[in-house]
Design a binder for this molecule. Structure first.
Ligand SMILES: [Zn+2]
Ligand SMILES: [Zn+2]
Length: 194
């Protein structure tokens, strides 16, 4: 079991992670002062553990919070189709990884298509499958754009399967063909281009 001093240092580190410097130092000083008045070891321990729990929950919420995209990011062209504004799509989802830098800039349409394709394959959503096929059948998006989106999708599915979060058959040719009609789509697009 860690000793009292180690737990106090953990608490200080948590507070410094959550709050800006000056506020963090104020909180730490107030905490240390109030703890100094307590002499009973059990009582001290209970207070320290209480605030460790409190700040750990706080840190978790902070990590899960999405950072707002900067205007610079919003004005980055869609990586798939080139539309002049885009959104940040987290390849590593926030719920599992918290706010992170593994993102790709996608315009609203490509972004939605990515999520629909993911849900069709990973969640076996019939609703998403129908919408994806509707987009693919429309021929409104270039094969190059859709292929890029499909590439990120494969990469993220591979990653999730390697970590044991997803069944491996969800990346099999059979499954992808059944859900998205992918090869069919690629062949159809190739034969229609002059
Ligand atoms: Zn796009
Ligand atoms: Zn997204």
């Amino acid at each position: 079991m860690p000793n009292e001093q180690q737990r106090i240092e953990e608490l200080h580190a948590l507070v410094r992670y959550i709050y800006r410097e000056r506020l963090a130092e104020k909180i730490i000083t107030a905490f240390d002062d109030s703890l100094a008045e307590k002499e009973d070891a059990g009582e001290r321990r209970a207070i320290i553990e209480h605030w460790l729990d409190f700040y750990q929950a706080h840190k978790y919420r902070k990590m899960m919070r999405r950072r707002r995209a900067t205007d610079q990011e919003r004005m980055t062209a869609c990586t798939a189709c080139g539309y002049p504004i885009s959104q940040r799509h987290h390849l590593w989802d926030i719920a599992t990884h918290g706010e992170n830098a593994v993102t790709v800039q996608l315009c609203p349409n490509c972004h939605e298509l990515h999520h629909l394709m993911y849900n069709a394959l990973a969640r076996d959503s019939l609703y998403s499958q129908k919408l994806v096929r509707h987009v693919l059948d429309s021929g409104r998006l270039s094969v190059e754009a859709v292929t890029k989106i499909y590439g990120w999708l494969r990469a993220i599915l591979t990653y999730e399967i390697e970590n044991g979060w997803l069944e491996s058959y969800k990346l099999s040719d059979l499954w992808i063909e059944e859900k998205l009609g992918w090869n069919e789509y690629v062949q159809r697009s190739q034969s229609s281009t002059p």
